[in-house]
Structure formats: C-alpha cells, structure tokens
Design a protein around this ligand. Sequence first.
Ligand SMILES: Cc1cc2nc3c(=O)[nH]c(=O)nc-3n(C[C@H](O)[C@H](O)[C@H](O)COP(=O)(O)O)c2cc1C
Length: 202
Amino acid sequence: MAEIEKQKWTDIAIPQTTTTVYEALHQRRMAWNFENRDVPRDAVERMLATSVWAPNHKHTEPWRFFVSTKHSAHRQRIADFAEKGILARNSEDTRMASAQREWTLKQPLIIFAYSVPAEREDITKENYAAVVCALHNISLSGVAEGLAVTWETGGIAKLPGLAEAVGGDPDWALVSIATVGYPDEESPSSRTPVSEFVTWAE
Ligand SMILES: Cc1cc2nc3c(=O)[nH]c(=O)nc-3n(C[C@H](O)[C@H](O)[C@H](O)COP(=O)(O)O)c2cc1C
C-alpha cells in the first residue's frame, strides 16, 4: 500500500450526534429485516471512518473492507458466486442456492470485513481481534445513524473462494459479512445481567 500520511484525532471532523456512547453501547441491535431504503453513502463513510480508530497492537492496520452497494455489478458477482458455490458443494441444493442468491441481492448494503494475517500466529490473532473491534466501531456508530449492522458468519461466508470473489486475497480471514440497513423490526434481544459474570477479585 502506498505511504499515506497518518491523521491524528484532532485532524478529524468528528460527526456531531446526540447519541451518547452509553446509548450506542446499550441500544445497538442487529436486524434481519430492513426497510426498502437506500443506505446513504455519507453515513457509511462516517461509520467506516471510526473503524481505523479501533485498538490495534503494533498498529498493523490489518483491516480490509469491501463495501458492496445493492445494485452494483460487484453485488451481482457475489450473488452468482453464492449460487454457484452452493451448487458446487451439492448440485441438488437448488433451493439453498437460489435462497443465498436472493439473500445476497436483497441486503441494502454489505460490508465484507477481512483481517490480514501476519508472519507470526500471535500477531495474526491480535490482528483478527483488532478487526473485530473495528467492525464493532462501525456497528456502534451505526446507532447514531439509525442503521443496524448485522454480522453473518454462516451462509455464503462459509463458501471457499469468497475472499477472492469479493476482491481480496485468499489468505485473508473473514471477520464477518456485515449487512447494513434501516431496521424494520423491534429487536427482542435481552441479556443476562453482567453481575452473573463478574467477580470482583479481592
Ligand atoms: C461474530 C458474530 C457472528 C455472527 N454470525 C451470525 C450468523 O451467521 N447468522 C446470524 O443469523 N447471526 C449471526 N450473528 C448475530 C448473533 O447471532 C446474535 O443474534 C446477535 O449478536 C444478537 O443480536 P444483538 O446483538 O442485536 O442483541 C453473529 C454475531 C457475531 C458477533
């Protein structure tokens, strides 16, 4: 990658929002049904801009994102890839092949989030952890934009060759296929109170 001048946080025009950090943390929800509404590019740019501020040991910058808009040629190619990939696995799985094709075409916006490996296994693990944080930054900033970010690691994420089909390198690790859109549902999510998992060790 060409050498590009780094930015400090003071160089950034931080988007103004009334959503507090704690609201974003508690209110962020994934969604499986989205409104039939385009996702504005400027909102996605603001969300993506937060990703590189994730904690990242040794600043390896391991994140690689591919943003696939709904009616793009890229999306069509991924839908073709999905259909063919399912059929290559099992030629009788025609229903699953068309379901995955439809799923791919239907998502308002998709971010394919990858982590690049390092020469050492421990750094490869740290890289992966950093990209998880980066994608979570994108998810949390989505709250301020009214957008849900849904992580998928099943379905087409499991198909061999996805990284190359998306535009990446074969050895990159997929962190998630993140679908982005305006949620069209109330999330039923709930959580066990954290006190069940915490020991104040004294
Ligand atoms: C790493 C990761 C992978 C996930 N993969 C899938 C998936 O393949 N399919 C799916 O339906 N949900 C997937 N999810 C969503 C979770 O199953 C879970 O439903 C979600 O975190 C709960 O929603 P909430 O965070 O809004 O409470 C994934 C979440 C994470 C963090």
